[in-house]
Design a protein around this ligand. Structure first.
Ligand code: ADP
Ligand code: MG
Length: 425
């Protein structure tokens, strides 16, 4: 029987950032990590995955809500967990064995027991023969294996992994995932559960028994789905169908619209050139396609693809539902138009569908010289989102606005201005 190892009840996390309002990164998250499972937490960058994992580890305290570990309220560091990160702190002046033993430095084991434990883990994870090697003699994949061995040497109840494969090349990552899953299924990994955070849909489907999907601003759970496709070949119909369902969840209204309050302000990070490429591809595919196929054709991961799809949707070029995307009449018209006509169509759609343009134009028109520093608009957006996100959004609006000739931007002076400025550059 599986039991609850960690329970999160209505967790909210806000980061204070005076004098601005605090930013809410996680909102009302409830989830349970059970024994005997690999749980994937899937979400785009900025959805609070790392923050959530750190809350489970007791490294960050939630602003509200409760964390239970083994049934008891967690207070401080969670001793039942060990973490693996994308880039592991592995010490160049220590050998593989010494690096792994480091994980046990605070344990009550004797030096001899520590060595024995470390050697067992090195052997299990496929590093035997490399005990005496130094990190610089190892490939990226081997170094990541050292990270796994060090985390597992403490025999944690739960292994928490934060995008552990995302720094590796595709083949190395695939090998390491396969080895990890095989070891888990052979019950050779000395933990009761694994939680893996990822922004890669196929990774989540390949590795996990259950996938919890997060969306951003603020990070919240939009789905919790059981996965029976773990370990299958990517081309297996059951695997393909699972990837499809995940796309389906990610493109439903509820999942997509960021919190209702911020939905109108939302600007997906989608450069015009990339969005246009998507519209053209869809036109070539007969105006309708399956999102996993589109991702595959454009060599994009979902969190890079979805903003393009959202942009096409906001601009009225496409409609999305159940993991499929379809061009609208306007979208087809845009795809078939020449360069100048495209700019016209884009301008018309942007002015009627993107309220921020009206707001920016209003501000610029109120100024005698019709110009305003970009920073002004970034700071306005910072009321609602993080500084990095605010900057990205304004950059996207500038990119769209320049293309449509709605507004202009001068990089040197950092000024945004209207095209009918008297003395424009
Ligand atoms: P993910 O791992 O999904 O990319 P993170 O948990 O790293 O997301 O971050 C989620 C959001 O919280 C981001 O917008 C990030 O800028 C913000 N954030 C994370 N840590 C802090 C912090 N210490 N102070 C302020 N904001 C933070
Ligand atoms: Mg992260």
């Amino acid at each position: 029987m599986s039991v609850s190892l960690i329970e999160l009840h209505k967790i909210t996390k806000r980061f204070e950032r005076p004098p601005l309002a605090p930013i809410e990164v996680l909102s009302d998250i409830s989830l349970t990590v059970r024994s005997e499972e690999i749980l994937a937490i899937l979400g785009p960058s900025g959805s609070g995955k790392s923050t959530l994992l750190r809350i489970m580890a007791g490294l960050i305290t939630p602003s509200s809500g409760e964390v239970l570990s083994a049934g008891r309220r967690l207070d401080g560091i969670n001793n039942g967990v060990a973490m693996v990160f994308q880039t592991f702190a592995i010490f160049p002046w220590l050998t593989v064995l010494e690096n792994v033993e480091l994980g046990l430095i605070n344990s009550s084991l004797t030096a001899e027991e520590r060595r024995k434990r470390a050697l067992e883990m090195i052997d299990m994870i496929g590093l035997d023969g490399f005990e005496g090697a130094y990190p610089k003699e190892l490939s990226g994949g081997m170094r990541q294996r050292v990270g796994f061995a060090r985390a597992l040497a403490v025999h944690p109840e739960i292994l928490l992994m934060d995008e552990p494969f995302s720094g590796l090349d595709v083949l190395t990552a695939e090998n390491l995932r396969r080895d990890l899953l095989d070891l888990w299924r052979e019950k050779r990994i000395p933990t009761k559960a694994i939680v893996v955070v990822t922004h890669n849909i196929e990774e989540a489907v390949y590795l996990s028994d259950r996938i919890v999907i997060l969306q951003r601003n603020p990070g919240r759970v939009v789905a919790d789905i059981t996965n029976h496709a773990a370990g299958l070949d990517k081309r297996d119909p059951r695997f393909v169908s699972m990837v499809d369902s995940v796309y389906g969840v990610l493109t439903t209204r509820e999942a997509k619209a960021e919190s209702v309050a911020s939905a109108r302000r939302y600007v997906p990070m989608a450069p015009v050139g990339a969005m246009t490429g998507l519209v053209e591809l869809l036109r070539d595919l007969g105006s309708r396609a399956d999102l996993p196929n589109v991702a595959h054709e454009l060599l994009l991961e979902y969190d890079d693809l979805l903003p393009l799809v959202e942009a096409a949707e906001i601009l009225g070029f496409a409609r999305v539902g159940r993991g499929d995307v379809e061009l609208t009449r306007v979208g087809e018209e845009f795809a078939d138009a020449n360069v100048l006509e495209r700019k016209e169509i884009f301008k018309r759609q942007a002015l009627s569908n993107v309220p921020q343009f009206q707001a920016i134009i209003k501000v610029l028109k109120s100024k005698r010289d019709r110009r305003m520093p970009k920073e002004f608009f970034v700071e306005l957006m910072e009321q609602h989102v993080s500084p990095a996100e605010a900057e990205h959004r304004v950059d996207t609006l500038i990119d769209w606005g320049r293309y449509a000739e709605i507004l202009y931007y001068d990089e040197d002076s950092g000024l945004i201005y209207l095209e009918d400025s008297e003395d424009r550059k």
